[in-house]
Design a protein around this ligand. Structure first.
Ligand SMILES: Cc1cc2nc3c(=O)[nH]c(=O)nc-3n(C[C@H](O)[C@H](O)[C@H](O)COP(=O)(O)OP(=O)(O)OC[C@H]3O[C@@H](n4cnc5c(N)ncnc54)[C@H](O)[C@@H]3O)c2cc1C
Length: 407
């Protein structure tokens, strides 16, 4: 059986390996000059390829598509993914939060191991092969623009589309798979940026580069809270970023009019924080407020908080009224931001949206066109950071490949 796999990223490359190991004749078509360009930059170049968590945690970290992914995950759980990579000669290390990395700390080692296996399994890898269309007559015909710019085609009995999402398009994922899906009558859930920095209406330039630990971010849409995250975040030139912001961006990827409320001192309630402030003020009654505030908040942030509370930082500690003090406390416990938009796709770690799951079987086969499969980020399933998105890529790739081999 001849199978064409479109897209030589994480999902496509793994699908090709499983297919070839099972005896299929596989052609892997990748438009870049090399395979797995996105995988190379994952985990800041270290490739967080899975999460060594229990099943419950795995499902909890999926934001969209959790039910759909159940069969795929059970067919290739994190422990089996780890075994797979170790059997390819990539020793792994489990780090904080159960994040799994190659022990070498190099994504290139993961890529090299996959490439070696593709070669060993005689997968026909075509680079600089940009697929233009997938059609079906009595067989599939996949047309692609080759190295010489000429359009050629391959025939196949089955096709797997693994073209990725629409984020980081420089790596090759430019949303082509959506076009192929639509040509077979599939609905595509509008792609949105996810795991991405958020741009705020408020000007935060003066805070750019400031990172905060142990803060709590609550996010609201239409007045309803949809996320509350504690941990680290960062101010950018245009808004906010960092771990808890990425998580919020994922939960809010399909929501509008997002408002954020940042609690700078989540461990202290308003009363305790007020008492702390009073102590500082009493100890340094003759100093300027902005200097007193330095012992409560990091430099720059104290000035920003006073500005947002509309209090002059040059007034003396002993002239601060109770009402003003209460305004400072309230601002520190709920610094508000309105989200103008997420940062662009070019900066989004993942795409929320894609081929609608109701159009696919749990084995990732098209319900409209037997023999056509969609795997990886191209489908409307995504997860939080921690190795879960690559887990989706590996698991969907394997279940589709095994389904093809069964026929
Ligand atoms: C900066 C960054 C860091 C990340 N870090 C992590 C991490 O540490 N852990 C984690 O789990 N996830 C991480 N992710 C997410 C993860 O990389 C993706 O979820 C995963 O790569 C998706 O795999 P895929 O094979 O579906 O798509 P991709 O890896 O995007 O592969 C798609 C491939 O298809 C090719 N293609 C597209 N269109 C065509 C066409 N018309 N013809 C031929 N080929 C085509 C593309 O060139 C590309 O090579 C990160 C993402 C980014 C952007």
């Amino acid at each position: 059986m001849r199978v064409a796999v479109v897209g030589g990223g994480a999902a496509g490359s793994l699908a090709a390996i499983f297919l070839a190991r099972g005896g299929a004749d596989v052609v892997l078509l990748e438009k870049n000059e090399k395979l797995m360009k996105k995988l190379f930059i994952t985990g800041k170049g270290r490739c967080n390829l899975a999460n060594a968590c229990d099943e419950r945690t795995l499902f909890q970290n999926v934001v969209r598509g959790e039910k759909f992914l159940r069969s795929a995950f059970y067919g290739f759980l994190p422990a089996s993914v780890m075994e797979f990579f170790e059997s390819l000669g990539v020793p792994l290390t489990v780090e904080r939060g159960n994040r799994v990395f190659p022990t070498s700390g190099k994504s290139s080692d993961v890529i090299r191991a996959i490439e070696r296996e593709l070669y060993m399994q005689n997968v026909d890898v075509r680079l600089r092969a940009e697929v233009q269309s997938v059609k079906f007559d009595d067989k599939f015909r996949v047309s692609f623009k080759g190295e010489d710019g000429k359009v050629q085609s391959v025939e196949a009995d089955r096709v797997i589309i693994a073209t990725g999402g629409a984020s980081y398009p420089l790596t090759g994922s430019t949303g082509d798979g959506y076009k192929f899906a639509k040509s077979f009558g599939h609905s595509v859930v509008e792609p949105r940026q996810s795991l991405v920095a958020l741009i705020t209406d408020e000007n935060v330039k003066e805070l750019q580069g400031l990172s905060l630990k142990n803060v709590e971010l609550s996010a609201y849409s239409e007045g309803k809270r949809f996320a509350r995250e504690q941990g680290e975040m960062l101010f950018t030139d245009k808004g906010v970023s960092g771990p808890i912001v990425l998580t919020v961006s994922s939960y809010g990827a399909r929501l509008e009019k997002i408002k954020l409320s940042l609690d700078l001192k989540p461990a202290l309630d308003e009363k305790t924080l007020d008492a702390r402030l009073q102590r500082e003020l009493a100890e340094r009654a003759n100093q300027e407020l902005k200097n007193i505030m330095r012992s409560v908040l990091p430099e720059r942030l104290n000035m920003y908080v006073l500005k947002r509370a509309q209090i002059d930082g040059t007034i003396k500690g002993n002239s601060l009224t109770k009402e003003q003090r209460s305004r400072i406390v309230k601002t520190m416990k709920g610094l508000e931001f309105s989200v103008k938009s997420p940062a662009p796709f070019s900066e989004a770690v993942i795409t929320a949206g894609g081929v609608e799951l109701s159009g696919l079987t749990p084995k990732c086969e098209s319900k409209n066109m037997g023999g056509l499969y969609f795997v990886g980020e191209v489908i409307d399933a995504d997860a939080l950071t921690g190795g879960f998105n690559l887990q989706i890529a590996w698991s969907t790739a394997k279940i589709a490949a095994l389904d093809i081999l069964k026929q």
